[in-house]
Design a protein around this ligand. Sequence first.
Ligand code: GLC
Length: 356
Amino acid sequence: MLSHSFLYRKFAGMTAPCFLITLIFFVSSCSEPNEPVSSSYLVEIPDPFVQNKLLAKTINLGNALEAPNEGDWGVVLKGVYFEKIKEVGFTAVRIPVRWSAHTSAEFPFIIDPVLMERVGWALDQAEKNSLAAIINIHHYEEIFSDPLKEKEKFLALWKQIAEKFINRPTTLFYELLNEPHDQLDAELWNNFLDEAIDTIRAIDSTHTLIIGTAEWGSISAMNKLILPQEEKNSIFTFHYYSPFQFTHQGAEWVDGSNAWLGTSWNGFQSEKEVISLDFLKVKTWARQHNVPVLLGEFGAYSKADMESRIRWTQYVARSAEQDSFSWAYWEFALGFGIYDPDINTWREPLLEALIH
Ligand code: GLC
């Protein structure tokens, strides 16, 4: 792992008190009155526990930029969405992006400037509305079937993203990869994430990273995850869709899920205990590793009955809050959606279940 040594090099000529202050305030406070301040000195490493509070109530802007092309799945981001999201009390947006489908064919896998600008536009909207923003690499399907072949491209994506957005405020977060699975197993994922962090940190020492588990981002892989020791500015994330037969009933992308139609979630003690126990495992693991937690996706598909969806969503969100996890509901405007884009209206009961 790369250490933060290059950061220390930058400060080699400073006195210790000045250096310490710089970690909290800008170095201008230590400079001579008329000395120009170089932007390379504006280094401030945030505390991830403080950073995680910015993500307290996050909404996933799913099915837009991680579709093969924006609009293919019926969702096109609009500036007004960010305003509405802020207005009802969300603190952040998670913006999934399918970078891998928009690059040149060979190394250095140049990202299509049109997509880069579009993501920049989305980040502008978040900033304008005082929303924190997470961007990730989402639906990089090829990496799951042949990880070693794709590794160079995966790292090339992060290099370009880090270079492009380095000057954005620290309300921007980088999530390394959505739901590693299949051939990208837990062991290999530890290696990939190490290298991705090295790649990002060689360019950018300030933006907080979000690191998830293999096995589709689930708790099952948590004990196999090795968080790089030297990376202190990171948040742990997991996804929660349990019971899967309830949350994914009738989901077109899950084989056999029509057989689960009609499954309800009643909020019985026995049902709640399963969730509470799962969250306790996460909380315990996170304490041991001294890392804050983001529940990065949870939601129940629209084919479940609305009463059950409300009960489940409310219970999961409140449980996360009790455990000091930030959360990100999956998702804004499609199959799990809390917003109906056809009539520009929130699905109020679901919204209330989230934001109370
Ligand atoms: C994952 C998938 C997304 C899906 C969601 C719920 O994030 O990437 O496409 O809709 O989980 O199944």
